[in-house]
Design a protein around this ligand. Structure first.
Ligand SMILES: [Ca+2]
Length: 95
């Protein structure tokens, strides 16, 4: 698996702006921010609470290759590519 697909210098301003909206000023995504994104984009079926803290933290840990505890754009992008490839909600237990 190629982990770093995106070079910061290749990001467009629009991509940076979008990521900043999610990640905030620190430009890294915490598990809470990840939950917001997941709940917004992929709503778990029959679950109004959205994704659990455990799922979000597990996903984050899986993609956090530098163990910073948060996802950089590169790390987030790998996750996002996987989200597009599968229906994540069918592969991850929600609770
Ligand atoms: Ca990280």
């Amino acid at each position: 698996m190629t982990v770093f697909k995106v070079d910061d210098t290749q990001l467009t301003d629009a991509q940076k702006e979008y990521f900043k909206q999610i990640a905030g000023e620190d430009m890294e995504i915490s598990w809470e921010e990840l939950k917001d994104v997941l709940d917004m984009v992929i709503k778990p079926e029959g679950n109004n609470q959205g994704y659990s803290r455990e799922v979000c933290r597990s996903l984050l840990a899986l993609m956090d290759v530098d163990h910073s505890g948060k996802l950089s754009y590169q790390e987030f992008n790998v996750l996002w590519t996987d989200v597009g490839r599968w229906n994540v909600s069918k592969h991850i237990p929600l609770h």
